[in-house]
Design a protein around this ligand. Structure first.
Ligand code: NAP
Length: 306
């Protein structure tokens, strides 16, 4: 029986791990499908306090990981498949094995959303991706496109200007949702061409079943036209990774965990932190703050039980 299990190793999970470990609770941290979470797919993080020159997302995560390990956090690779709460104990099934814990901190984050177009799944990794940092360097001196109008889309587009000949920024409206600083930077870049009021109608593939272009749909005129691109980077937001908790924990209509108070969930000893429970702020620093709050709440809850 564990005292504390933490699901997730993004900013929220690792901060919870640092706090729980420093409280001598020797937390077991489940790494999940994407160890390190979303920051591992970003480049420079400019708004995390304490790093005036910015810091690489993966490096920030690596440092948090090291800090948690230093105080005795233990890490386990694996995906959480199921959750149960029986006889006052929280159970999670990780890669086929059930683990028991008194307190459970869920910081399982959110995953990239896709457009839902025909054949999309098969194209992922063949000219379709959601991670410019991972795949951008494969597309040197060729045209690519980014779909979306938020901070992620702008960040991806700006990163891709290092490699691609042209980056088309395809957005379904005529104004970006991104923060002003990111939007201004993207729109001022000579390699970025915005395509407003536009969505993708379909993907075009070559004989090797790789992306060779897209069919664009102009949402004002209704017209369609082909655009030649070697890769499509989809940056249209994320879905909360709350699947294993459906039906057991309170979840809102969009799939986000819904704490009843602060970070406390509707079952005893269960706490939620970071993007899996936050559709408002979704920042590295707010996730870290919620991870800290969840660890402190778990520690207090455990103390009350003994
Ligand atoms: P987001 O802010 O939710 O933006 C998603 C974008 O995708 C929106 O422009 C949306 O269009 C568009 N979209 C959604 N579904 C679509 C669909 N089916 N087809 C076409 N377009 C679609 O998501 P995000 O950019 O991933 O950002 C998430 C959070 O992380 C935000 O709080 C953001 O500030 C933060 N973030 C910050 C930084 C930074 O500070 N450097 C970097 C990345 C992310 P509409 O605008 O029409 O809704």
């Amino acid at each position: 029986m564990e005292q504390v299990i933490i699901i997730g190793t993004g900013c929220a999970g690792l901060t919870a791990a640092i706090y729980s470990a420093r409280a001598n609770l020797s937390p077991l941290v489940i790494e999940g499908n994407q160890p390190g979470g979303q920051l591992t797919t970003t480049t420079e993080v400019e708004n995390f306090p304490g790093f005036p020159q910015g810091i690489d997302g993966p490096e920030l995560i690596m440092r948090m990981h090291e800090q948690a390990e230093r105080f005795g956090a233990r890490f386990l690779y694996g995906s959480v498949e199921e959750f149960d709460h029986r006889d006052g104990i929280n159970w999670i099934k990780v890669d086929g094995n059930w683990l028991q814990t008194r307190a459970l901190i869920i910081a399982s984050g959110a995953s990239a959303r896709w457009l839902g177009l025909p054949g999309e799944k098969e194209l992922i990794g063949h000219g379709l991706t959601s991670c410019a940092t991972c795949d951008g360097a494969f597309y040197k001196n060729v045209p690519v496109c980014v779909v979306g109008g938020g901070d992620s889309a702008c960040e991806e587009a700006l990163f891709l200007t290092r490699f691609a000949s042209t980056v088309y920024l395809i957005h379904r409206r005529d104004t970006l949702r991104a923060s002003k600083i990111m939007a201004d930077r993207a729109l001022a870049h000579p390699k970025i061409t915005p395509l407003w009021n536009t969505t993708l109608a379909s993907y075009l593939t070559d004989e090797e079943k790789k992306v060779r272009g897209v069919v664009l749909q102009d949402l004002v005129s209704g017209e369609q036209r082909e655009l030649e691109v070697k890769c499509v980077f989809v940056a249209i937001g994320h879905d909360a990774n709350s699947g294993p908790f459906a039906g057991k924990l309170d979840i809102d209509k969009k799939g986000y965990l819904l704490p009843k108070r602060g970070v406390e969930m509707n079952l005893p000893g269960v706490f939620a932190a970071g993007d899996v429970a936050d559709q408002i702020y979704r920042q590295a620093i707010t996730a870290a703050g919620q991870g800290c709050a969840a660890a402190i709440s778990a520690e207090r809850w455990l103390a009350e039980q003994s």
